[in-house]
Design a protein around this ligand. Structure first.
Ligand SMILES: Nc1ncnc2c1ncn2[C@@H]1O[C@H](COP(=O)(O)OP(=O)(O)O)[C@@H](O)[C@H]1O
Ligand SMILES: [Mg+2]
Length: 362
């Protein structure tokens, strides 16, 4: 790829975006600053407002309030093509009666690019998505993953300044999805094109995005790197939506070496730090299974009974019953010499020294 083919990355700024559909609020005061060249995932459950927000950035929907800036310019009044936004949806909707090459050249021809130049650019785009040999075929002669590559080539052919992807892999089976995720990430990096990816799939967001905006009920609850979101969730919703979290309700107090939570299920959990909530009183601790450790003694720990032990490749997953009737999961490496507990045994659960845990007002 020639340097001149790179899109000069442009930033996207969302400033206090609101959107109401007749009677209901879909997006509430969303402010995001997306640096040029980054891939940002909008992640959240179905109905949380991801598509609404993406359509607002694309210029397909006019927001009820707030502003969209692309490359420093307010684009609120501009239609999609004048914003330089290229969009790929789950349903790639190629023109069935046109060859693959004509599909990719279509947007260029519509913009008045001469036939020969449009053909050359289309061929170049098809090569980029590794579909160079498929130009003469028709969409029906391609697999779902191949059609999605062509849709991406068609979108990129007109050199959008930003790439907007709405669940583009949702219709693909698992292996194809992984291939396409890798491919899109490669192309996105090569072009340096600022990209927003809408997904409800946390693994997809975690593996592809430079930064993730976790959405819940129209609000962005956290905007941060995948690692920060996993290790330091800002809200209880983020802690439970991303990865697995054991929720331990109790009373926070200060203690030697930091804090302790007297657990509703008996015993206590010692913490070096209490964040984001450090206020003494009712809290919920959210702890990842790999950040908890087991010991034979439950003194100064959370008492639990081993219900099940699942050897899962390199790990042992323990399912443990608490006195309150709930269960928690603890994952330990399955290394030689590691003490192993069996179903029925009483154990004490602690937070691994130095490991993060979220503390939230309960
Ligand atoms: N055209 C519409 N008219 C009215 N309500 C809508 C419309 N589109 C979406 N909604 C509602 O707005 C909320 C957010 O929807 P959407 O942005 O599609 O969420 P997501 O993409 O996260 O699943 C939902 O409650 C949905 O029912
Ligand atoms: Mg959606």
């Amino acid at each position: 790829m020639q340097a001149s083919e790179r899109t000069a990355g442009v930033g996207i700024v969302l400033d206090q975006i609101h959107h109401r559909y007749a009677g209901s609020t879909a997006v509430e005061s969303v402010s995001l600053d997306i640096p040029a060249g980054e891939l940002v995932a909008l992640l959240g459950p179905s109905g949380c407002g991801k598509t609404t927000l993406l359509r607002i950035v694309a210029g397909l929907l006019r927001q009820s309030g707030g502003h969209v800036r692309i490359g420093g310019e307010v684009v609120d009044a501009l239609p999609t093509n004048e914003r330089g936004a290229g969009i790929v949806f789950q349903n790639y909707a190629l023109f069935p009666h046109m060859t693959v090459a004509d599909n990719v050249a279509y947007g260029l021809r519509a913009r008045g690019v001469a036939a020969q130049q449009a053909r050359a650019t289309a061929a170049q785009m098809l090569a980029m998505v590794r579909m160079a040999d498929y130009g003469k075929r028709y969409p029906r002669e391609l697999s779902g993953g191949q059609q999605q590559r062509v849709a991406l080539a068609r979108t990129l052919a007109v050199r959008p300044r930003v790439l907007l992807l709405d669940e583009p892999f949702a219709a693909l089976d698992k292996n194809l999805r992984l291939d396409m995720q890798i491919e899109i990430r490669r192309i996105q990096r090569e072009l340096g094109i600022t990209t927003i990816l809408v997904t409800h799939d946390q693994d997809e967001a975690m593996s592809m995005a430079d930064r993730i905006a976790v959405m819940h009920a129209g609000v962005v609850e956290q905007f941060d790197t995948p690692e920060a979101i996993y290790d330091r969730p800002a809200t209880l919703f983020v802690a439970t939506f991303i990865g697995t979290a054991n929720l331990l309700p109790g009373q926070l107090r200060s203690a030697e070496g930091g804090y302790a939570v007297d657990c509703a299920a008996g015993g206590a959990i010692a913490l070096e730090r209490a964040a984001p909530c450090s206020r003494v009183g009712s809290v919920v601790v959210a702890a990842r299974p790999e950040n908890l450790v087991l010991a034979a003694s439950s003194v100064g720990a959370l008492p639990a009974r081993v219900e099940m032990v699942l050897p899962l490749g390199p790990s042992l997953v323990y399912e443990l019953a608490l006195a309150t009737g709930g269960t928690i999961k603890v994952t330990q490496p399955r290394s030689a010499g590691q003490l192993r507990y069996e179903a029925g045994e009483q154990v004490g659960v602690r937070l691994r020294p130095g490991a993060p845990a979220g503390v939230f007002a309960g």
